[in-house]
Design a protein around this ligand. Structure first.
Ligand code: CA
Length: 237
């Protein structure tokens, strides 16, 4: 299948011309018309390259680029902008873009640079996935069967811990307040304070062997509550 290219461009004429040309070169083209759409579509990790305009409605291209990099998106980004000042190029590259082309541009040059960046992106992806595979699974959570495997050792989970983890899995990556956990996991009827939640979380971290340094799985969000990140391999709800 052809490589996927996301074009983030508000100028319709240019978007269509560029899209047609890229499609005729065998690329699969996805179009975004605003910065907000660019961020949204850019999170799709099957995209091989992003062509990003700077002056966009809602959110400008620099911000789109910065946000995607902050969220761990490694997709190569080529900025394509009428802003031709050196300081704009520097800003673009500093926010995490891989290349910067100024408008007006030659299609042949854009195509050549796209090829370079897609090759680079593939190499980065390959290294990244190799690193992930090499990492041993030191935590596996099996909620349905009510236990975890920590460094190969089976550790049973208490009913309340299963309920807590179940809720966290459903809201993975979100900030979950203590009050929400109190309502959703413990229920109104029980006489527990938010302190009880902290105690449970602390014990769960111990069980997960995640109590030293910065927790990897249940992170504390100061003044609010917690955020859950599931172990990369072998978890199931
Ligand atoms: Ca524009």
């Amino acid at each position: 299948m052809g490589k996927k290219i996301l074009i983030v461009e508000d100028e319709e004429g240019l978007r269509i011309t560029m899209g047609d040309r890229l499609a005729s070169e065998g690329y699969h083209v996805i179009e975004a018309k605003t910065g907000t759409q660019g961020i949204e579509y850019g999170h799709n990790e099957t995209i091989d390259l992003i062509i990003l305009d700077i002056m966009l409605p809602e959110v400008d291209g620099f911000t789109v680029c910065k946000k995607l990099r902050e969220d761990g998106i490694l997709t190569p980004i080529i900025i394509l902008s009428a802003k031709s000042l050196l300081e704009d190029k520097v800003t673009g590259l500093k926010t995490g873009a891989d290349d910067y082309i100024t408008k007006p541009f030659e299609m042949a040059e854009l195509l050549a640079r796209i090829e370079v960046q897609i090759r680079r992106g593939e190499a980065i992806k390959a290294v990244h996935s190799r690193q992930q595979d090499d990492e041993p699974a030191d935590l596996t959570i099996n909620l349905r069967r009510g236990y975890m495997e920590v460094h190969g050792q089976e550790v049973p989970l208490l009913a309340q811990e299963i309920k807590l983890l179940d809720y966290m899995y459903l809201h993975e990556g979100e900030v979950i307040s203590r009050d929400t956990l109190l309502d959703e996991v413990w229920g109104y009827e029980e006489k527990v304070s938010t302190r009880t939640i902290d105690v449970h979380v602390a014990r769960l971290r111990q069980k997960m062997d995640d109590a030293k340094g910065v927790p990897r799985y249940i992170q504390t969000v100061r003044g609010i509550g917690y955020k859950f990140t599931s172990p990369r391999s072998g978890s199931s709800r």
